[in-house]
Write a protein that binds this ligand. Structure first.
Ligand SMILES: Nc1ncnc2c1ncn2[C@@H]1O[C@H](COP(=O)(O)OP(=O)(O)OP(=O)(O)O)[C@@H](O)[C@H]1O
Ligand SMILES: [Mg+2]
Length: 314
C-alpha cells in the first residue's frame, strides 16, 4: 500500500469571471470546487491508477467533510486527525485574459499540540503498513518548519520509504532526514540549492547535488519540458508528449503517484518515470484543481521519451 500525509489540505475553489475588476462587483460565470493538497491529489491519482491508496490528513469542519467525501468517491482509504479549526479554502479567480489566476490562499490551522501528537502517532501506524509514504505540501500555523524532518524519520523507522514534496524551509529541513525520494519542481530546486539553472545539464548537476544530501531518487520536474532524475548513479531525461494543457495544478502530485505505483509494482526507474510523466501530463489536461483521467494516462504512456543522458559518477 502507498500512503500520503497532508498537513494542510484545502478546498480549492476556482471562480471564473470574464475580466477581474478589483474594487468592483464581478459577475461569476462558473465555479468549480475540488479537494486540494499534495497528498490528497497524489492519493486520488494512485487510486485512479488502480493502486491501494491511503491518505492521512488533518481535517476540520464542513470543508474537511468535503475533502473526506472526495477521497471516498475516488476509493482512497482515509485516515483523519480531526482539528478544531476548519479545513482552509483556497480561491483562484480565473478570467478570460492571458493573466495568471488571482489566488486567495488561507494559511490553514492553527493546529494544536494534541492534534499534532495524534498525527505523529497515526503516521507511524500508517507507515508500518506502507511501502512508500508521501509527505507533501505546505505547513499550517501551529506546526514547526522542521515537521517533515520528524515525519520522514518516523516513516523510515516504521519500515516505509519516505517521499517528500515540499518547498522552502520545509523541504530544506525535511531533506536532512534523508527521504528515499524528493520531487521538487525547478523553482523549488533552485530555492533549495540557491542557484539558477540555465539548461537541462544544470538541472542534472542539481539532481546530483540533491542526491549527495542522501536522497536515493531525485526527480526535478520541469512542467511541459518533463523531468530530470538521478537514480543509482545515473541521470535520466524524461520528456512527456505535447498535450493541450488546461491547468497544471496537481501535475507534480500526479507524477509522484505514477512513479510510486510503478516502483511498488517492481518496475524499474525508466518505467516509473514513464508512468509519472504520463500521469502528470494527464493532469495538465484536466480543468482547475482536478487530476487526470486514467484513460488519458494509458494513452500517453507509450509517448513518453526517456533517455539516459550521462553517467553521474565518473
Ligand atoms: N504542460 C504539460 N505538458 C505535458 N506534461 C506536463 C505538463 N505540465 C506538467 N507535465 C508533466 O507533469 C510533471 C510534473 O509537472 P510540474 O513540473 O508542473 O509539477 P509541479 O510544479 O510540482 O506541479 P504541482 O506542484 O502543481 O503538482 C512534469 O514533469 C511533466 O511530466
Ligand atoms: Mg509540486
Amino acid at each position: 500500500m502507498i500512503s500520503t500525509v497532508t498537513l494542510n489540505p484545502a478546498v480549492d475553489k476556482t471562480v471564473y469571471v470574464s475580466k477581474l475588476v478589483p474594487y468592483d462587483t464581478n459577475r461569476v460565470i462558473k465555479v468549480e470546487v475540488d479537494a486540494g493538497g499534495k497528498g490528497i491529489n497524489c492519493a486520488r491519482m494512485l487510486a485512479r491508477l488502480g493502486a491501494q491508496a491511503r491518505a492521512l490528513a488533518f481535517v476540520g469542519g464542513t470543508t474537511g467533510e468535503f475533502v473526506a467525501a472526495v477521497l471516498a468517491r475516488d476509493g482512497v482509504i482515509f485516515d483523519r486527525v480531526q482539528t478544531a479549526k476548519p479545513t482552509r479554502t483556497c480561491i483562484a479567480i480565473e478570467d478570460a485574459t492571458d493573466h495568471p489566476p488571482t489566488t486567495l490562499n488561507e494559511r490553514g490551522g492553527p493546529i494544536d499540540h494534541a492534534e499534532l501528537v495524534s498525527l505523529l502517532e497515526k503516521t507511524k501506524e500508517v507507515s508500518r503498513q506502507s511501502s512508500y509514504v508521501l509527505f507533501g505540501g505546505s505547513i499550517p500555523l501551529g506546526v514547526n518548519d522542521d515537521i517533515y524532518n520528524v515525519l520522514v524519520q518516523i516513516a523510515a523507522a516504521a519500515g516505509a520509504r519516505p517521499v517528500l514534496d515540499a518547498d522552502g524551509e520545509a523541504l530544506a529541513e525535511g531533506i536532512k532526514a534523508k527521504p528515499f525520494m524528493v520531487k521538487p519542481n525547478m523553482d523549488e530546486a533552485e530555492r533549495l540549492l540557491e542557484a539558477t539553472f540555465r539548461s537541462k545539464a544544470d538541472v542534472g548537476r542539481a539532481a546530483i547535488k540533491i542526491a549527495e544530501m542522501g536522497v536515493e531518487l531525485v526527480v526535478i520536474s520541469l512542467g511541459s519540458q518533463g523531468a530530470v532524475a538521478h537514480y543509482d548513479g545515473l541521470i535520466y531525461d524524461a520528456v512527456p508528449p505535447e498535450v493541450e494543457a488546461v491547468s497544471t495544478i496537481g501535475s507534480g502530485d500526479s507524477m509522484i503517484a505514477g512513479m510510486l505505483f510503478a516502483l511498488e509494482l517492481g518496475q524499474g526507474i525508466e518505467d516509473a518515470l514513464r508512468l509519472g510523466c504520463a500521469a502528470g501530463a494527464a493532469t495538465a489536461m484536466s480543468d482547475g484543481a482536478d487530476i487526470g483521467e486514467k484513460s488519458d494516462v494509458d494513452r500517453l504512456l507509450s509517448k513518453v521519451k526517456i533517455r539516459k543522458i550521462e553517467p553521474a559518477r565518473q
